[in-house]
Design a protein around this ligand. Structure first.
Ligand SMILES: [Zn+2]
Length: 89
């Protein structure tokens, strides 16, 4: 057993004309959180193993620097501060 499957939930599904089979469903991973203000980033998407097809990288998080790591407010603040620091020096 893999360490990641240790606390996995088991779900029983019965295919037609076959015996029911147990499938392991891992613990749900929530939406992304901002590293500064700890708020939920709404542009992120849940990635669940139970879904057969996983969403693409560009769908799970925003395609910009610090995408899926900082929210837009904190990102904007950081960009302004870094630009001011570079122009003053
Ligand atoms: Zn934030």
């Amino acid at each position: 057993m893999k360490p990641s499957e240790r606390f996995a939930k088991k779900v029983w599904r019965k295919p037609p004309k076959k015996d029911s089979v147990g499938h392991k469903v891992p613990v749900k991973s929530g939406l992304g959180k901002c590293a500064v203000c700890k708020k939920q980033i709404t542009s992120t998407k849940k990635r669940l193993m139970k879904d057969n097809t996983k969403p693409t990288k560009s769908h799970t998080k925003t395609n910009r620097p610090y995408g899926g790591y900082l929210c837009t407010k904190c990102f904007r603040k950081q960009i302004i501060e870094t630009n001011r620091a570079s122009t003053e020096a």
